[in-house]
Design a protein around this ligand. Structure first.
Ligand code: ZN
Length: 233
């Protein structure tokens, strides 16, 4: 059976800038970071946010690196792999849930790997930001609504955050793990309550539809893009 490991947990770094000085706002969790960022904005401050998504490893018949994340020095991800006893050179497969740069930029460190991504994402304007990375990859472009990656590891399209975003469904010893990426966010309580603020944006209805689809799969764990895994059973 496959397993899913968090290599680099989602983190947000928040700061504001005034009079040539940057002030960091320490936050206890990625979700708190989002709230702090919104708070600074509502106070009329020039707020900055750096958001690292969850970078994951699926260990099945093969090892799959999911969302390498943002470019940074290699130590954190290599350290996390070493902790699992995984040789980075043995990883030949990458999955990109979507092509926003915060998820795909660090693909630069994983060239020449088979890299699975939905066709819709490759045609989105923001794909240009990671065009160099995609050029160095062996792209495995999928189309349609769902597919199998290997027995026990599937993908399904869960649009809303962006049109070609795929969730990864992994059968594990503990039950189904859904890697939902930015389909689920930005605050954990929204998914908990299965509701989003009325003024959330045009994608609100679509996201709520996708959340219900995910719930209907009765997953044991759902892993959002920028918050910790949610245990549901
Ligand atoms: Zn993201």
């Amino acid at each position: 059976m496959a397993s899913v490991h968090v290599l680099i947990p989602a983190q947000r770094f928040i700061f504001s800038v005034a009079d040539g000085e940057a002030t960091q706002r320490p936050v206890g969790s990625s979700a708190e970071g989002f709230a702090a960022y919104k708070e600074l904005q509502s106070e009329g401050k020039s707020a900055g946010m750096v958001a690292f998504p969850n970078t994951l490893l699926i260990r099945g018949e093969r090892d799959y690196l999911v969302d390498p994340g943002m470019n940074m020095q290699g130590a954190p991800i290599l350290g996390a792999l070493a902790g699992l006893g995984v040789d980075p050179n043995s990883i030949q497969d990458v999955i990109l849930t979507h092509l926003h740069y915060d998820h795909a930029e660090a693909l630069a460190a994983w060239p020449m790997r088979r890299t699975l991504v939905h066709k819709i994402e490759t045609e989105a304007p923001y794909a240009q930001l990671v065009a160099g990375q995609l050029e160095m990859a062996k792209l495995d472009i999928v189309e349609g609504e769902e597919g199998e990656i290997e027995p026990g590891i599937r993908w399904m399209r869960t649009p809303g955050h962006c049109d070609g975003l795929i969730s990864i469904l992994v059968d594990t010893e503990e039950g189904l793990t859904v890697i939902a990426s930015d389909c689920v966010g930005p605050l954990p309580e929204y998914f908990e309550q299965m509701d989003l603020p009325e003024d959330f944006g045009p994608e609100r209805e679509e996201l709520l539809t996708q959340w219900q689809r995910i719930r209907d799969l009765e997953p044991a764990v759902v892993i959002p893009g920028h918050n910790p895994p949610v245990a549901l059973s």
